[in-house]
Design a protein around this ligand. Structure first.
Ligand SMILES: NC(=O)c1ccc[n+]([C@@H]2O[C@H](COP(=O)([O-])OP(=O)(O)OC[C@H]3O[C@@H](n4cnc5c(N)ncnc54)[C@H](OP(=O)(O)O)[C@@H]3O)[C@@H](O)[C@H]2O)c1
Length: 226
């Protein structure tokens, strides 16, 4: 059984990760912005405050993780935010855009940086970056959503760079698209139940090795273009 760290684990895809992993017998360290918002508890889950957009919060989170375990096996960089719904050029708010980039792109980089030594200690550490097809430049047919798309494209590049960094250190790093999943972000019309999306993602992450490192996959296992 492995030790997983999941960011944004209080709702949506992150909470579903925690529930399915605990049901399989894994240990989960949950990073949540407001621990009091966590309505779910389990004897094998620890919950610590984490705002991925704040460097001091990320440092404090790392200290808390180290107090629980000297190594972690898998980091799921899941926490993320939208920039509104299909923002057109005239809708773009530069300040909101900067926060979207901070949360979705620099957030996973911050968390990966501070937990990297613990992933090294695992000897087969894995990072799963929850990206989006909206970050795919090849797939950008409908335009709009400037900040959100760009933030996920940036996360995809960080995935590739970290994969190169991890190659000689037994750390694999892969980007995943969870599908259009029914969560607060995905909305009611989303066709993919969150349980199906996360089941697919966990199966892929369990099999994630050096061959998949630095690549981009959908929850179904299909590879996606950058
Ligand atoms: N649902 C989809 O269709 C879909 C499609 C493609 C990609 N994704 C990606 O999947 C991931 C999870 O999305 P979701 O659908 O589960 O969204 P969600 O239901 O809106 O949940 C977002 C989660 O991220 C957390 N979060 C936001 N900003 C944070 C910050 N600064 N620090 C720490 N946590 C923060 C939220 O915490 P609070 O409760 O405190 O706000 C919440 O736990 C995101 O990265 C998203 O971009 C989702």
């Amino acid at each position: 059984m492995a030790t997983w760290v999941v960011t944004g684990a209080n709702r949506g895809i992150g909470l579903e990760f925690a529930k399915q992993l605990l049901a399989e017998g894994h240990s989960v360290i949950a990073g949540v912005r407001s621990p009091e918002s966590m309505k779910f508890s389990h004897e094998k889950m620890s919950i610590f405050q984490l705002d991925v957009s704040s460097t001091s919060s990320v440092y404090e989170f790392a200290e808390n993780v180290k107090s629980m375990s000297q190594s972690i096996d898998i980091l799921v960089n899941n926490a993320g935010r939208m920039d509104g719904r299909w923002q057109s050029l005239e809708d773009v708010d530069p300040e909101i855009s900067l926060d979207v980039l901070n949360v979705n792109t620099i957030g996973p980089l911050r968390v990966s940086q501070v937990l990297w030594p613990l992933l090294q200690a695992s000897n087969q550490g894995k990072i799963a970056n929850i990206s989006s097809l909206m970050g795919s430049i090849d797939d950008c047919m409908s335009g709009r959503s400037y900040a959100y798309r760009t933030s996920k494209t940036g996360l995809n590049m960080i995935t590739k760079i970290l994969a190169v960094e991890g190659k000689d250190q037994n750390i694999t790093v892969t980007a995943y698209h969870p599908g259009w999943a029914k969560t607060d972000m995905g909305g009611e019309r989303a066709p993919v139940p969150v349980s199906v999306s996360v089941k697919g993602l966990i199966g892929l992450i369990n099999k994630q090795d050096i061959d998949q490192s630095g690549r981009f996959f959908e929850y179904t296992g299909d590879e996606l273009p950058w």
